[in-house]
Design a protein around this ligand. Sequence first.
Ligand code: HEM
Length: 520
Amino acid sequence: MTIPSPSYDGFTLFATLGIIAAMALAYLVVVPQRIDPKEPPMLRPRIPFVGHLVGLISLAHSYHRLQYNKYQMPICTLPILGGKLYVINSPEFAQSAILNRSLSFEPYVTDFIRRMTDVGDKAMKIYEDPAFFSRWLKIVYSSLTGPHLLAVNSAALRVVVNELNELPVAGVDVPDLFLWARDLISLASTTALFGDKNPWKLDPRLLDAYWDYERDIVAMMINIAPSITAPKAFRGRALMQKALTEYLASEYDAGSDVPKFTRDRMELEREFGMTPSEMAGLEVAVIHGAISNTIPTAYWMLVYVFSNPDLVAKLRAEAETVVTETSRAGPGEEGRREVSIDISRLEQNCPLLFSTLRETQRFISNAVLNRKIMADTTISDGKNSYLLKQGFDLQISHGVTHNLESVWGSNVRGFDSERFLDVAKPEDGLAVQPGAYTPFGAGKHICPGRFFASGEIMGFMVPLLLGFELTDQKGGAITVPDATIPWITTPIAKPVAGSNLGARLHRRVGWENVVWNISQ
Ligand code: HEM
């Protein structure tokens, strides 16, 4: 995979650079640059003080890959302004860091909520109260597994198949496949989380509202007059918060169609005195977690699969094993068939589909895991040990570890859908060499939504594979488009806008009159 060129919105980038330059100047005056010999070796920038900062701003996480390819340092300290950033590029150091309880992801989540949402100080205090937070996190981690997981995945995929059932038999031209997948899966995910009264279902403007918000995430994070520096994102957030406030004020979250993941959190938030508007503010952050990565992952999987006719044929054979014909045509419905998908059998029956998803994630997750050093800590790769100092930031670059030839072999730069077939069944996202493969993070902070996202993406592929032909607009195989460089806050790239994103979706011969169902 080549490192793509940047495609930032000019105004946002200009504003970001201006603000960072001002902060840099202030910081330079007060904080001198220094490093302890026990800390990871220093990687000096070409341009003193700001070189790494400029690199990170212009290339985001690809910068770590560029530096690694040049200097091959398994761990290093980047001096930035008067401070420093530790960077890990090796699975061994990554694993040592992941297992260390003094390194935490929590401060970033809290900071994200404070800057990116409009929850207000009172609700923020509740969120940071350990009595609230420990229970909130427990719900998040326990309610997207087992039967609860099956319920959310079924609800999401019901939305997907209902949309597919509506497509005309002759097929449709899709002007932009990314937008098509984006809107369909955004609707599916939000309906799975909020039930039938999902605000995104009732007001389709919220789809653009979320993606406007996501697009200007850096300006929102900087949080200086966001209504001026990121007006679309600011309006988008307000629209989402208003719609969610109405939903919560009506207590639609108590409905039996709403999953435990949402119901129990809302109940807890009310118990601690949050108002519907405060709960809605917090929920915007949860929605961001739930869809910002799922959608680009699903999109890239779609194009990697449908750009390869041999892979499509193999995946179709697997997908056949998770569907059952449930009813035949009645009088006047010649040719109509009802076909149900059993998503509980997906992982077991479709190893190649699962392997393709995992390879898609290896290929496209070009980012970092962030950890704050909560106390002076030593980490080791078994040969060397280094001190990480309290208060500084650490980035574990899976953009590097996902691309190491020493881990993945000589075909590391190619997309190999069978790469994960022979790997022992992964537990909690950890397979192959520990620390080498972390698209969902790892350790204490591993993504609680990983099974939901994987099930949703694999389930989304099944009716598309079996029931449809997805081609470019001339009827040939889909071409994989170039990828943008994602912002430093976003791990997964999007396709370059305006590149060849058009597609044609039409029903397969023999599957013209199928009505799709989800069996659970
Ligand atoms: C393909 C889709 C997804 C990807 C690639 C992804 C990736 C990640 C990553 C890398 C982390 C940080 C983990 C770490 O630093 O060790 C994370 C955390 C998190 N994710 Fe996901 N995620 C996805 C989908 C979801 C979904 C669907 C939800 C919820 C429904 C979700 C909710 C969360 C939450 C709440 C956290 C914070 C966990 C904590 O604070 O300990 N994610 N995710």
